[in-house]
Every structure is written in C-alpha cells, then in structure tokens.
Design a protein around this ligand. Sequence first.
Ligand SMILES: [Fe+2]
Length: 170
Amino acid sequence: MYLREALRWCRDLEEEAGHIYEELAAQHGHDAELSRHWQVLAADERKHARIMAAALAAEDVHEDDGPFVVDVRPRLDRLKRILDRAYKQVRTGTSAAAAAELTAFIEGTELDDVFAELVELSRPSVLRLLGVIEKDAAGVADPHRSHVAALLRTAAERRSDAAQQSARRA
Ligand SMILES: [Fe+2]
C-alpha cells in the first residue's frame, strides 16, 4: 500500500473514532461532565484526521507515487473492523459503564501507533513541499520584480523624451 492510500485510510479511521465519541457524548448528554469528556476525545480525533489530511495533501503535491509501506494494510484492515463494530455497538445505545469500557478498548488499539508512524513517514513529503513552495514563490517573485523594473525604466525614458522635446520647442 502506498503511503497516500494509508494516509487516506487512517484519516477515515480517525474520523470514525471521532464520530463514535460524538455519538457517546450525545447519548450521555444528561451527564454534562461525562459527556464533555467524549466531546474532548472527539475533538482530538478530528484533529488527528485533519493532520492525516494535511500529510495527504503534502504527498499529493509530488507527482511520484511516494513511498510504499509494506505491513500497514492488514493493520488498517483490523482497525477498520474494530471501529465498525464499535460504531454499530454505540448506535444500539450503551450504558455509561459499557461506553467507558468501549472507549478504553478503542484507545488500546494500535490506531495511535499507526497514526504516529504515518506522520513520521510523511515527514520527507512535508519538508519537500516546503521546498517546492519556497522555490516557486522565489521563482514567481523574481521575474515579476524585473518586469516591474523594466516598465518603470521605459516610463522614465518617455518622461525624459517628452522633456527634451518641450525644451527643443521652447
Ligand atoms: Fe486518534
């Protein structure tokens, strides 16, 4: 599996974890303190999803396939099955105790490890993206500045031509 595909999967898994926690926050909304904990967890997972999306965008700027990650597909597959099952369980309604247990179970999976590994694998692409942006910005700015200078030179020539002509006429 290429890194960009792994990033896409992991982004979706983080989003799914976020949805599970949002659902739990809503189900236990009558207990404001408990519900708040799930809202915070949901926000954490949404942030993880956005980080995966940003790494994916960095990977997508480059035209090559990017790195191939050997062992990640079965791990993502397993995580997907676990989260799908958890989501189904949550949809049927859970007691606070069962929901807390489920949360501990989700947090005990290797989702965080996979996330951290993919962030590390994306590092070269993110740094390379910065190089591309800087080079492009410099490449755009330099010719543009010289075009402005050329225009101002020509305008100055016109002004001095006009001044000479009016001096001759006087
Ligand atoms: Fe996460």
